[in-house]
Design a protein around this ligand. Structure first.
Ligand code: ZN
Length: 209
């Protein structure tokens, strides 16, 4: 497994590998899915499979739409607001595709930040999560991308991001440990430096309601 160090962490070039710059190459996916069906010993012409390549192409276009959706743009409009307490959006549901197996992993994101004079519309945060989730992903990287993006675009005093997800690639193959929840966190600024701030975040997310 190799990772290109020069690749941008938050934005992938949409035009790579000949895919149309503004979207997904449906015909190419259909041909590839047909090939996979043939390779595993199936007959792509049988009735139940005839529409499958086109269906998978439409599904991938949706699940990988984030490659053509720059999350930074979603955060470009901020508001001046004298509010310096914690902002937390909890339980943002997401579904993503693990880039190692192209199988879904899904769960919840909790995003907190401590503003420094600028806030962002709350509805933007779930959309940023979706833009990052809808591309081949790794939960650890997605967590850090979310935190870094918010730090860069909002210039807050700190950001705390926690993702909890179940990975179908763990549940249905290999070690077959269904039900395991993977938790990742990325703390920036005061959330990293200040234990009390971090404790307040954990209490808000996991404490009694
Ligand atoms: Zn996987």
């Amino acid at each position: 497994m190799t990772h290109s160090a020069s690749r941008s962490r938050t934005s992938h070039s949409p035009a790579r590998n000949g895919a149309p710059a503004n979207g997904v190459d449906h015909a190419r996916i259909e041909a590839a899915v047909r090939e996979i069906l043939l390779a595993v010993g199936e007959n792509p012409e049988r009735e139940g499979l005839q529409e499958t390549p086109a269906r998978v192409a439409r599904m991938y276009a949706e699940l990988f739409s984030g490659l053509h959706n720059e999350p930074r743009q979603l955060l470009s409009k901020t508001f001046t607001q004298k509010y310096d307490e914690m902002v937390l959006v909890r339980d943002i549901e997401f579904a993503s595709m693990c880039e190692h197996h192209l199988l879904p992993f899904m769960g919840k994101a909790h995003i907190a930040y401590l503003p420094a004079g600028r806030i962002v519309g709350l509805s933007k945060l779930p959309r940023v999560v979706e833009a990052l989730a809808h591309r081949p992903q790794v939960q650890e990287r997605m967590t850090e991308e979310l935190a870094d993006l918010l730090m860069e675009e909002l210039n807050p005093r700190g950001v705390g991001v926690i993702l909890e997800a179940t990975h179908t690639c763990m549940a249905i193959r290999g070690v077959r440990k269904p039900g395991g929840i993977c938790t990742t966190s990325a703390m920036r600024g005061v959330f990293r430096e200040n234990q009390a701030t971090r404790n307040e975040l954990m209490a808000l997310i996991y404490g009694p309601r």
